[in-house]
Design a protein around this ligand. Sequence first.
Ligand SMILES: CC(C)(COP(=O)(O)OP(=O)(O)OC[C@H]1O[C@@H](n2cnc3c(N)ncnc32)[C@H](O)[C@@H]1OP(=O)(O)O)[C@@H](O)C(=O)NCCC(=O)NCCS
Length: 180
Amino acid sequence: MEIHLETENLILRKFQENDVSHIFELDSNAEVHKYLGNKPISTYKQAEDIITFFLEQYEQRKIGRFAAFEKSSGDFIGWSGLKLNSGEKEELNGFTEFIDIGYRLIPKFWGKGYATESAVKCLDFGFRNMNYDIIYGAAERGNIGSNKILQKIGLKFVNDFAFEDKKAKWYELSKLDYGK
Ligand SMILES: CC(C)(COP(=O)(O)OP(=O)(O)OC[C@H]1O[C@@H](n2cnc3c(N)ncnc32)[C@H](O)[C@@H]1OP(=O)(O)O)[C@@H](O)C(=O)NCCC(=O)NCCS
């Protein structure tokens, strides 16, 4: 399935093999990884592996993160979107099979409302197009921005849980409650 989602300021599409330099710019930035386990990448090979993972997700799980571009400049700003976590290796807060909403932007695009704008669109895509029953979100407790976005787009706080050696917060929104 081709993806072309538009918001006021952004265009979202699936990642492609030639997006390696975009992912390298995003994921080699230590600031971006502050609340993601502090493991930024350092090689193009790692960026290629991330792209391969995205492409496999689209193919095997029929969903995955979407590359986001600023309409006004055409610049790649990062990614936003849904992911199907599946299996013990992707266990989080006791869940092994769940749809997660997330976003990861290059710092020069922070503070413009883009993460919220893209997440609103992806949530809508998840419920209306993909017909998911429930969408989850998680953020480290210290990641104020991410916790705020999850709440702003309508997810409800459920519980605190441990993520590696950090404390994190778990949120959910069901299709029944969406838009209420
Ligand atoms: C988290 C992240 C996506 C936020 O992106 P952003 O584009 O700045 O978010 P928005 O502009 O949509 O901001 C949403 C709200 O959060 C607030 N916010 C964002 N970052 C904040 C911070 N560090 N401290 C306090 N508030 C913050 C904004 O002020 C805004 O609040 P408002 O609507 O009341 O004005 C971005 O910082 C990022 O990509 N971080 C690295 C990856 C990451 O941590 N992803 C989330 C993993 S759970």
